[in-house]
Every structure is written in structure tokens, then in C-alpha cells.
Write a protein that binds this ligand. Structure first.
Ligand code: ZN
Length: 225
């Protein structure tokens, strides 16, 4: 198996459809079990996103850097990227959007979820922290996940802000596989993926890649024991 292509989103793992999304096979099976368990507690867990390939992530990255897609800071305020220079510009995007090649969504093991039972059918999930906190519609789901997700093999790699990726209480990772993938994923693999792509700010990205890899790839909230 070519780990380098698989882990950077350039080789599709075996995927199955879950609604309009796709997940890796074992992850999808575990997710269905979690849906069943959560339904007994009144939640209807659905995906906002699942597997994403390199090109999809590159499209998100380009749209954020050229201003056609909003960039938010940790207080959910829009950021004007044109007022930022150098690495600060990349940091602003990296808070919520992984570098193409470095998204855990490339692995098919990671997913973003919401509770469809808590909102109307036409509710647009924004994946903003306040939706999952305090009075937000998904606060109860967030609590449920913290207690129960591990029973189904899932953990929350972005449970808290650790200096890289923002807190993402909606992002789950299927630990049995993702742990293995994280161990195999290396800086040279990411460098090769970025070098072979057409990305804005590519020279700056490559120059800062060791920092990006350390802060946004290696730094996660480990599963609770
Ligand atoms: Zn996610």
C-alpha cells in the first residue's frame, strides 16, 4: 500500500456511502452503531462531512485565500485576509481548514456531525463553536459525544484548542485506524503532496511546513483513557 498517497488524500480508501457523504468501511460501520446508540438517547446523529480528497481540500483552501469563502477567527468573527501578511495569513486559514494533504478527512476515518433531531429540516449547519455550546442546538449532542463516542471507537482530536486547530466539538475520529494513520504520516509525505499541487502561497507553505506539521497535524487531543 502506498501510505504517502493514501494519507495525503491522493489515493481513495475503500469507501461506503453514508447519506450524501462517504466514509471508510470500518469507520462507517462504527458510525452506524453510534447512530443506533445515540437514537436511544433521542439524538439523530448525521454527517456534515466525511471523506474529502486532496482536490476538494485544495478547492476550500483556494476559496478561503482568494476571499470567495469566509474565514473566521476563534470568536467567530470574519477575518479580512488582505490585512494579514506572511504566515499570519496561513494561520488564519489553518485555524479551521487543514492544509490540503494534511486533513484527517483524507483518511476516511474522520467526520463532522450534528444532531438532526435538534433543528428543523432547513437548518443550515455552520460548524461554529457556539452551535455546540451552552444554548446552542447541539450542546446536548456535544455532551453525549464526550461521554459515549469512545464506546464506538471514536474520539475528539480537536476537543480543545491546543495552539493549532480550533476547538471543533463536531469532529470525530475513528481511533483504531486513525491512530495507525497518524503514526505513519510524515513531514516528507506532506511536503511531496504540497510540492506536486497548484496552491496559492505555495512557497510560503513549503517554507513553514515543519511548523505547520507540528502545530496542525501532530498536535491533537489524545483519546481519553
Ligand atoms: Zn472535521
Amino acid at each position: 500500500m502506498d501510505w504517502s498517497l493514501l494519507l495525503t488524500g491522493r489515493l481513495r480508501p475503500d469507501l461506503v456511502d453514508v447519506g450524501a457523504m462517504q466514509l471508510e468501511l470500518q469507520t462507517a460501520a462504527a458510525f452506524r452503531q453510534m447512530q443506533i446508540g445515540a437514537a436511544k438517547d433521542g439524538f439523530d446523529i448525521q454527517l456534515v462531512s466525511g471523506y474529502r480528497d486532496f482536490e476538494r481540500q485544495a478547492a476550500i483552501w483556494r476559496a478561503k485565500l482568494n476571499g470567495s469563502r469566509a474565514v473566521y477567527d476563534a470568536r467567530q468573527q470574519r477575518v479580512d485576509l488582505s490585512k494579514l501578511a506572511g504566515f499570519a495569513k496561513l494561520e488564519a486559514v489553518l485555524l479551521y481548514s487543514a492544509l490540503p494533504g494534511a486533513s484527517r478527512h483524507h483518511w476516511g476515518t474522520d467526520l463532522d456531525v450534528y444532531d438532526a433531531a435538534a433543528v428543523s429540516n432547513d437548518y443550515q449547519v455552520q460548524l461554529l463553536e457556539h452551535e455546540y455550546q451552552a444554548q446552542g442546538p447541539f450542546a446536548a449532542l456535544s455532551d453525549w459525544l464526550l461521554t459515549h463516542a469512545r464506546k464506538y471507537g471514536f474520539f475528539l482530536p480537536y476537543r480543545q484548542y491546543r495552539g493549532g486547530v480550533a476547538a471543533e466539538p463536531w469532529h470525530l475520529s475513528y481511533q483504531p485506524l486513525a491512530k495507525l494513520y497518524q503514526q505513519h504520516f510524515s513531514l516528507p509525505m506532506l511536503q511531496q503532496a504540497v510540492e506536486s499541487a497548484d496552491l496559492p502561497e505555495q512557497p510560503l507553505i513549503l517554507q513553514q511546513l515543519p511548523v505547520i506539521f507540528e502545530r496542525y497535524v501532530k498536535t491533537i487531543c489524545e483519546p481519553r483513557k
